[in-house]
Write a protein that binds this ligand. Structure first.
Ligand SMILES: NC(=O)c1ccc[n+]([C@@H]2O[C@H](COP(=O)([O-])OP(=O)(O)OC[C@H]3O[C@@H](n4cnc5c(N)ncnc54)[C@H](OP(=O)(O)O)[C@@H]3O)[C@@H](O)[C@H]2O)c1
Length: 284
């Protein structure tokens, strides 16, 4: 019996493996990776590696075993049909008879186009009959704090989300929830709505940046059309800009506010404050 993590060399996956290593012996962890070289540090610590690609179903043949607990981390290749990619993992897990398949999804309240792949994957997982856990991850702090360069250059936070609020949390927080589900008992057939304890607005985010940098950083609320133009000017490809503008529209409608408390409950501690993620990002 193994705890198997796909996307293990991604940002979230690395946090998950690191936190698993604090809880279970390394030989009980399997990291599914596309490039073994990227996971050399894990292998050196005794984590098992399996090389597989969501685009190549045969690479998942025999990868899972009966009784495994699996975390399927959603892919990031938006142009390659993520639902089909995720089905490859679900099918392999069903053939093997895994004990749990946890999937990193999106909040149930999110209606932006970005959520479509997640809803379809959830349906495929439920239809598989496997014991499942839907980890409906809200937004990462890092979506914002790892993209501070233009904000600091122009002394402005630009968004098309109006006065909307976001319950973001750090990737490490979401990883803690996943680890709790993978190492704990009684998480079969559960749906967790995961988000940070505090929902913040972009005006508050600008104020926090001002406080920590000592500069006057304004909140510049723009329309979706204006944001598309700004993103195009910054070289962001149109389909991606469309996704980002759609997310802001969802935020304005309150679709990324998560008030279940599931994340801090599973993590067993409060979620990381946005101010902490800002401080970490400014420190570089
Ligand atoms: N909640 C949020 O705010 C938010 C924000 C961004 C993304 N997401 C979603 O959450 C996921 C995890 O976030 P993250 O920050 O860890 O993203 P990330 O750093 O981009 O990691 C994505 C992971 O998926 C793996 N992957 C992509 N295509 C694959 C394929 N064809 N076969 C096997 N593995 C594949 C990548 O493998 P390599 O390491 O080999 O590249 C990587 O490990 C993302 O992929 C995305 O679906 C959520």
């Amino acid at each position: 019996m193994s705890i198997v993590v796909t996307g293990a060399t991604g940002h979230l996956g690395r946090h998950v493996v690191e936190q698993l290593l604090e809880k279970v012996p390394a030989e009980q962890i399997t990291a599914v990776v596309r490039d073994e070289a990227k996971a050399a540090d894990f292998a050196a610590r005794g984590v098992k590696l399996a090389v597989a690609d969501y685009n190549a179903p045969d690479t998942f043949d025999g990868l899972f075993a009966a009784g495994d607990k699996v975390l399927l981390i959603s892919g990031n290749e938006f142009d390659k049909g993520r639902v089909q990619q995720h089905r490859v993992v679900i099918d392999a897990a069903r053939s093997a008879g895994v004990a749990l398949l946890a999937y990193t999804s999106a909040p149930g309240s999110l209606e932006a186009a970005l959520a479509d792949d997640h809803r379809a994957t959830e349906e495929a997982l439920l239809a598989s009959g496997l014991p499942y856990s839907l980890l409906r991850n809200g937004w990462y702090h890092e979506n914002y704090t790892e993209n501070l360069a233009p904000v600091l250059e122009h002394d402005a936070v630009v968004s098309a989300a109006g006065e909307g609020r976001v319950s973001s949390a750090s990737r490490a927080d979401y990883a803690a929830a996943a680890v709790a589900v993978l190492t704990g008992e009684g998480h079969e057939n559960t749906t967790y709505e995961l988000g940070g304890d505090v929902a913040w607005s972009f005006a508050e985010y600008a104020a926090e940046l001002s406080r920590q940098t000592g500069k006057e950083i304004a909140y510049n609320a723009v329309t979706g059309e204006a944001l598309k133009g700004i993103l195009a000017g910054a070289g962001v490809p149109a389909p991606f800009a469309e996704i980002l503008v759609g997310v802001d529209a969802s935020i304005e409608k309150g679709e990324l506010v998560v008030s279940s408390g599931d994340l801090s409950r599973l993590a067993g501690r409060p979620t990381t404050p946005l101010a902490e993620a800002v401080a970490a990002a400014l420190k570089g």
